[in-house]
Design a protein around this ligand. Structure first.
Ligand code: PMP
Ligand code: GLN
Length: 383
């Protein structure tokens, strides 16, 4: 293994899901729903396979039906117009979109600013490009996490090429406000930065609604927006993701993507094209269901003695384990299955500065209510 990757070891999601399987624990670690998405969308996928849609290599940019549906979605929810042929690219999940965007846009020696704690593939992909990551840390503030805009501004240097954003934010559940986004946009314009914004939880905002960064003045031409069907339609295994961006950026990202997977998920692309046209009622019910689940898990975690940071978006809750007399989240998560049959994720793996996140632990609530209630019962017996 080369030196760029050696530091990263095995992803925490693989480690913790294997631990859950080995110990028969409730898995609130890796973020995947325990109920599949809409039956009619599963049927659309099955129909596509049986009628021969997408069983051979789909076109490099993605099937036209899906690209058209993605463009229509950006228009419908945000009033943003993208040309399906030149401004949309289908990827193997958001994961490939992140990798291909960074590989395409960064030179060795460039600096990339990312909000810490960051989703684990960010650090690894930046490392693969030979660029340097510059973390700007979201810090606990009341019952949430806050971005210090001055700190962000101070992190920009003449070598900064790109801002890598994520809102709603995994793992903290932070949703950047329109004012914060406007300030970030102004900074990007002033310092002429590219922006890659990971908005995979765009339909999981519990207070207010999602505001895409690409909609701010001067941003459309410098922003690659990433999303994924895995989160919005609860089919994480299908790995259908996408970017929307101006033609030069799409073309750059496609140059990298063609040599990573070339294409993926043929029949699933047709099914997700249908999913993107689901009525508002689908999105409203999905969000309401997860808001109720958030409340069950947040209440249970608070009752069990954790300090709970209330997520404004995503399907994760970050807690602090200090009130339980614990100091090391990784050790805590490794011991938790033995202690009470539950698996969670230690946030320290999402930090460059491990001490900053040492006592934070993340819990996924995209699970059936009965499963969450059982997890809450088990956690209640921890003390
Ligand atoms: N970005 C973030 C912030 C995520 O949480 C995830 C999924 N855990 C991804 C990207 C990857 O999405 P996908 O499964 O579509 O590759
Ligand atoms: N995005 C999910 C999470 O944060 C899992 C992703 C993965 O397993 N790579 O839990």
């Amino acid at each position: 293994l080369n030196r760029r990757l050696a530091a990263f070891g095995t992803t925490i999601f693989a480690e913790m899901s294997a631990l859950a399987a080995r110990t028969g624990s409730i898995n609130l670690g890796q973020g995947f729903p325990d109920t599949d998405g809409p039956a009619e969308i599963a049927e659309a996928a099955s129909r596509a396979v049986l009628t021969g849609l997408g069983n051979q290599y789909p076109p490099g940019p993605g099937v036209p039906e899906l690209r058209t549906a993605i463009a229509a979605h950006q228009q419908r929810f945000y009033g943003l117009g993208y040309d399906p042929d030149s401004e949309v690219l289908v990827t193997a999940g958001a994961t490939e979109a992140i990798a291909a965007s960074l590989l395409a846009l960064l030179e060795p020696g460039d600096e990339v600013i990312a909000l810490e704690p960051f989703y684990d593939s960010y650090a690894a992909c930046i490392a693969m490009t030979g660029a340097t990551r510059v973390p700007v840390t979201l810090r606990p503030h009341g019952d949430a996490f806050a971005l210090d805009l001055e700190e962000l501004r101070a992190a920009v240097t003449p070598r900064t090429r790109l801002l890598l954003l994520n809102t709603p934010h995994n793992p903290t559940g932070t949703v950047l406000t329109p004012d914060e986004l406007a300030a970030i946009a102004a900074l990007a314009v002033e310092r002429d930065l590219l922006v890659v914004t990971d908005e995979v939880y765009e339909h999981l905002v519990f207070e207010g609604s999602h505001t895409p960064l690409a909609g701010f003045p001067g941003m459309r031409e410098r922003t690659v927006t990433i999303s994924s069907a895995g989160k919005t339609y609860s089919f994480t295994g299908w790995k259908v993701g996408w970017i929307t961006a101006p033609p030069e950026l799409v073309s750059a990202v496609r140059s990298a993507k063609q040599f990573l997977t070339y294409v993926s998920s043929g029949p699933f692309q047709y099914a997700i094209a249908e999913a993107l046209h689901l009525p508002d009622a689908y999105y409203d019910a999905f969000r309401a269901d997860l808001a109720a689940k958030r409340d069950i898990l947040a209440g249970g975690l608070a009752a069990a003695g954790f300090q709970v940071f209330r997520p404004r978006g995503t399907y994760f809750i970050t807690t602090d384990i200090t009130p339980l007399g614990e100091k090391d989240g990784l050790a805590f998560c490794r011991a938790l299955p033995e202690r009470c049959g539950v698996v969670a994720i230690p946030n320290q793996v999402f930090y460059d500065d491990k001490s900053a996140g040492a006592t934070q632990v993340r819990w996924a609530f995209c699970k059936r209510t009965a499963v969450l209630q059982e997890a809450v019962d088990r956690l209640g017996r921890l003390a």
